[in-house]
Write a protein that binds this ligand. Sequence first.
Ligand SMILES: O=C[C@H](O)[C@H](O)[C@H](O)COP(=O)(O)O
Length: 217
Amino acid sequence: MLDDMKRKAAWAALEFIPRHTVVGVGTGSTVNHFIDALATIKHEIKGAVSSSEQSTAKLKDLGIPVLDLNSIDRFSVYVDGADEINPDKHMIKGGGAALTREKIVAAVAETFICIVDESKQVPVLGRFPLPVEVIPMASSYVARELNKIGGRAVLRAGVTTDNGNVILDVHDLEIRHPIQLEAQINNIVGVVTNGIFAIRAADKVLVGTPAGTTILK
Ligand SMILES: O=C[C@H](O)[C@H](O)[C@H](O)COP(=O)(O)O
């Protein structure tokens, strides 16, 4: 059921992909459906910029050229999932440990289209533990600093990011001021980035439901 809602949201995104341009591609199970959809118009796009090794592998398997982000000044649309999204289109991301590259690729896009199933919609962010990517030698220090701001940081066992770093998942946060908290956590020395996407929120949200897809602009 959830997977069906993810698929609906992902395929609905095709309508918003301008032809003959580069497409930004996120990471995760919802995005995997989007990549399947994108493959059906692969001859009508210039290629993709990818936010993870996982998405890169799937894009290439389906014959979609993957371009180096450094070779592109700007592109129009980035499509990605989320672990949680609030009514202001602020998100928590990074459940799949891809948050840093996702934030980088999103920064270069003109428009961020978020594709989610309806279970991801929340009034206040924080029920999903907040992922924070950290330089390995700083993980204990950063965990202590995160605990000071009211969270409970837990090292994600056995996970190394595509950038060679570790993930701390911060439990028990009630994120009432996402923009401020995103900046505050990014200021802790040793943090590469955190999974709050609020300074740069989504522009459009496609929500898969049992009845179809709802568009939030
Ligand atoms: O690191 C992973 C990404 O932020 C994903 O976009 C997020 O975890 C949502 O993934 P899924 O579509 O599998 O629920």
